[in-house]
Design a protein around this ligand. Structure first.
Ligand SMILES: [Fe+2]
Length: 288
């Protein structure tokens, strides 16, 4: 039984036009749009669905305003899907949609869905050049995949939520900070984390989703483009300590933030989770 990745995020958005403008500028390919929403399809096959927050078909939100309403996780095959369905069904009422996807809630209240992943292999290619080929980067970036999603989980629900993803969906804890949060990776992923449960008191909500770009140049080019379009950065570019990824975050009008990331630590089941008594800090370096 292996969850592979975040397959899709479904947002409930107050201002659809702003939401579309933002994700267009971010570099995601928009494949459809209308009065009720827009869909984006990443090169990896993962999708982003923007829907009007008034859409009665959306799961209820864990916070007010524009935010993620449902996280869809992709599993390796139909047998895994059934196994997870049985595990979830043992202590809550799950539903199945017409495509076979399972819908449930985690202990904190976030709506989640599980379905068979539709992966397209993508490998970010750092810009390479040979003899007599000067470096000349593109002026736009095209993120290849979604790497991780991060949520504010109330401190009182953190332990139960972490246990839920480990026991019901087979996530692996890679690193945690006592009283602050748990970094977890999908059982079928080597990323340092695909899910970070972040605890700031009883705060509840969506924090950010991260999109992978090839290298530091792409991260800078993407961020500079967003700044040029007037979108507000949440941070300066830097390199995290936990996960080691290069990062640059921007405020998303559809809810939370988005992160360009690159060069994250990778792990497999030989890794023993590290639990810090004290937070080792936000970044090795961050531009001023
Ligand atoms: Fe991140």
């Amino acid at each position: 039984m292996k969850v592979m990745r975040v397959e899709s995020l479904v947002y409930g958005v107050d201002d659809l036009a702003a939401g579309m403008n933002y994700y267009d500028d971010w570099g995601l390919p928009r494949v459809s749009h209308g009065n009720t929403g827009a869909d984006y399809l990443l090169p990896s096959g993962q999708t982003i669905k923007l829907r009007a927050s008034s859409d009665a078909g959306l799961p209820s939100a864990v916070e007010g305003g524009s935010t993620v309403r449902e996280v869809i996780w992709g599993v390796d095959n139909a047998a895994s899907l059934d196994q997870i369905g049985a595990a979830l069904d043992s202590d809550q009422k799950i539903t199945r949609d017409a495509e076979g996807g399972i819908h449930a809630r985690d202990p904190w209240g976030m709506a989640l869905s599980v379905r068979v992943a539709q992966p397209v292999p993508v490998t970010p290619e750092p810009s390479a050049r040979g003899l007599n080929h000067p470096f000349w980067p593109a002026d736009r970036v095209k993120p290849t995949r979604m790497g991780h999603a991060v949520f504010f989980v109330p401190a009182s629900k953190l332990a139960a939520t972490s246990k839920f993803y480990a026991e019901k969906l087979g996530f692996r804890l890679t690193e945690g900070v006592k009283g602050f949060g748990d970094f977890m990776r999908c059982g079928g992923s080597n990323d340092h984390h695909n899910l970070f449960l972040l605890s700031i008191g009883e705060k509840s909500g969506f924090n950010h989703v991260a999109y992978e770009v090839a290298d530091f140049d792409e991260l800078m080019i993407g961020g500079k483009f967003m700044e040029g379009k007037g979108w507000k950065a949440v941070t300066k570019p830097g390199r995290h300590i936990m996960g080691s990824n290069l990062f640059w975050y921007f405020n998303n009008p559809s809810g939370g933030a988005t992160e360009y990331f690159s060069d994250m630590d990778v792990f497999d089941d030989d890794w023993k989770p590290v639990i810090h008594e004290k937070n080792p800090g936000y970044s090795h370096w961050m531009m001023s």
